[in-house]
Ligand binder design. Structure first.
Ligand code: IVH
Length: 636
């Protein structure tokens, strides 16, 4: 009632809309991309412990790091399996929500964070400083996750592997209205300001609660590690009955003064650790071992299991990695096996229950022939994998096309694994270029039961749309060995077009920042193959984009047309990010200093490259000067 009224009033008087008005929880429908936010205090990670012994080692190190005889208290809290965020408040008003990012710089996800209803948009308390930060874990409840996934399943959309991935995907949605439809939750665990009105983590959590932030209720303080451990076991037992996922217990030294003495090592504090719960296991029967051929021809073993329910889903297959693993664990068809699902998606076989092994069981033998095309298998010296070397093998074709069409590559919706497999079997698809000839098959598709006019139209529209993908995505989609999404981006930005990349020498390719010999060789090999050349020509004819935005189209700025070498540690950006920004401004980056280098950008502890620059008389920019030039070029 009041909400609608408020909406109306705000519509009529937009100048009166307050930043903490409830209507601001769902931001506008405007698409935004995320700006980066430097963290005022770095967002650290935690050292993991997996055993009781390691927990007592941690306790010993803590005591050794403190003045002799000092009493130590620990606070134990659930480790929530979500993503950490920082919430910045100014004058009591929530202003910025950021992801952890690399710990120093995160992404500004304020609009999506605002959709989390349990986060107060304003707080009022006389003890509050002008500016403060709250850290916490954003997560999605198991039931919400299952609901969203089953809805996606019925719509034929891709499902998410676990609540954490769905929470992360939601926080990074470009449209906050969409994020608002996938309810997220938060548990906060830190209040940070220049000075706090208390001296312990225990009080910190109580203070957050008092301010109206959500804090997980299961936190306790202990004065010895034995009791902490007992409590960890209690929390582990309660785990399955919680409406959200937890993956362990975080143990923190209670006193801030002691935390300060202990300090940090690299990216994690000496005063805290995570006691990880055991991965969930189940026992089932391994019906058989099958061999799966991937897009590179690698043949990997898969355990076909009697379906078993484990940690939220039914599992009927598990990876066996490679033949060496089968031999090492002596895994055989017909065995009873223990399987495990860790934090990650893919279940694995941990061990065989030998007592249950059938009397007639025989050790597994490696495949001699490709299970799909029958070609004799090949095992390169020093590698554990077996390969099918027939690049025309249907399994490889399917794998390549599936990769080409996948979300992070050409993103052709409707061309997933099962349709790809069907089209390859029917002979419609052999090369990537055949995807762009699918429109010639409309009549045949119409006669197939599984396609209605609508799904054919959608598929063809997705194929058409993919032609305009940025060049770096197209390059990644080609599936060149070692060229992942990151390398593809660097190559695309540097060379600007496929023809320039195809003409490049190995030296020119390795001169690209962070591109090494193996990538350069693989790129050379790929483009010298006549089959690949032919496919590329056909893709070009079909109108697929092989050009980056040209540097000439970038407006004039300090960086345009100049060559830079980055060295040392920069505080605001990772070197890689700084390199990308330079490229986007029409500049070039190289990995070594030469007389062609215009500037060396030297961060903290720059070494030999800086020396070389000074020797060659190349101009050197400090990080500060670099940031100044960036801001002059319009980069915030
Ligand atoms: S404390 C240095 N407390 O675990 C302190 N973290 O591996 C680090 N997490 O990035 C954060 N529940 O995303 C802390 N009660 C809790 C936590 C928690 C989950 C996550 C957080 C952090 C990661 C560290």
């Amino acid at each position: 009632m009041y909400y609608k009224e408020l909406e109306r009033l705000e519509r009529e008087n937009p100048e009166l809309v307050l930043p903490d008005s409830p209507t601001q929880r769902v931001g506008s429908d405007l698409e935004n991309s995320f700006n980066s936010v430097p963290h005022k205090y770095p967002m650290l990670s935690l050292a993991n412990t997996y055993s009781e012994g390691e927990l007592f080692d941690f306790d010993r190190r803590v005591r050794e790091g403190l003045p002799p005889g000092e009493k130590v208290e620990y606070v134990a809290e659930y480790k929530i399996d979500g993503l950490s965020v920082s919430l910045l408040y100014k004058n009591g008003i929530f202003t910025t929500g950021a992801t952890r990012g690399d710990g120093f710089t995160g992404e500004d996800v304020t609009l999506n964070v605002k959709t989390i209803r349990s986060i107060p948009l304003s707080v009022n308390d006389e003890t509050l400083p002008e500016e403060f930060e709250v850290r916490g874990e954003v997560y999605m409840e198991k039931a919400v996750f299952e609901g969203i996934n089953s809805e996606r399943l019925t719509k034929g959309e891709k499902t998410f592997a676990n609540p954490r991935n769905l929470a992360s995907g939601t926080l990074k949605l470009l449209n906050p209205a969409e994020a608002a439809e996938r309810p997220l939750q938060i548990f906060t665990y830190y209040f940070i300001a220049k000075s706090e009105p208390y001296g312990t983590q225990y009080e910190n959590l109580g203070y957050l609660q008092k301010l109206g932030f959500r804090v997980n209720p299961e936190y306790r303080v202990f004065d010895n590690m034995n009791d902490v451990l007992k409590y960890c076991r209690t929390l582990e037992e309660k785990r399955d009955n919680l409406p959200y996922e937890v993956d362990g217990v975080v143990i923190k030294v209670n006193r801030f003064s002691q935390q300060e003495i202990l300090g940090n090592i690299a990216k994690s504090p000496r005063w805290a650790c995570a006691f990880k719960f055991k991965a969930k296991q189940a026992t089932t029967k391994l019906k058989s071992i099958t061999w799966q051929v991937g897009r590179t021809g690698a043949i990997t073993p898969v355990a076909e299991l009697e379906p078993v329910f484990l940690a939220g889903s039914t599992i009927s297959r598990a990876t066996l990695h490679n033949f060496d693993e089968i031999t090492r664990k002596d895994i055989r068809s017909g065995d009873t096996v223990r399987i495990e699902k860790g934090g990650d998606v893919i279940p694995k076989v941990v061990e065989v229950v030998l007592d249950a092994r059938p009397a007639d069981s025989k050790p597994e033998v490696p495949p001699e022939f490709c299970p799909v095309c029958g070609t004799e298998v090949y095992k390169p010296e020093g590698e554990v994998a077996f390969y099918c070397e027939n690049s025309e093998c249907a399994a490889q074709i399917k794998g390549r096309i599936e990769h080409f069409a996948s979300r992070t590559a050409m993103d052709i919706e409707g061309l997933g694994a099962s349709i790809t497999s069907l089209f390859v079997d029917l002979g419609y698809l052999k090369t990537y270029a055949d995807i762009y000839k699918l429109h010639e098959r409309v009549e045949e598709l119409k006669n197939m039961e599984r396609f209605g006019q609508k799904s054919i139209d959608n598929l063809l529209a997705a194929v058409e749309k993919s032609k305009t993908n940025p060049f770096h995505r197209v390059l990644f989609a080609l599936g060149i060995r070692f060229v992942g999404a990151g390398a593809a981006r660097k190559l695309a930005d540097h060379f600007g077009s496929l023809s320039r990349l195809m003409e490049a020498t190995k030296e020119e390719i390795t001169a690209v920042y962070e591109i090494g010999d193996s990538i350069a060789e693989s790129v050379g090999k790929f483009f010298s193959d006549p089959h690949n050349q032919h496919t590329i020509e056909e893709l070009r004819k079909a109108g697929v984009n092989f050009e980056s935005q040209r540097p000439e189209e970038v407006s004039d700025n300090f960086f345009k047309g100049k060559s830079f070498v980055l060295t040392g540690t920069l505080t605001k950006y990772k070197r890689e990010e700084a390199g990308e920004i330079i490229l986007s401004l029409g500049g070039k980056t190289a990995s070594s200093v030469s007389k062609n280098t215009d500037f060396v950008i030297a961060g903290e502890s720059a070494g030999s490259k800086l020396e070389k620059a000074l020797k060659l008389g190349v101009q050197v920019l400090s990080e500060e000067e670099f940031l100044q030039k960036l801001s002059e070029a319009g980069v915030k």
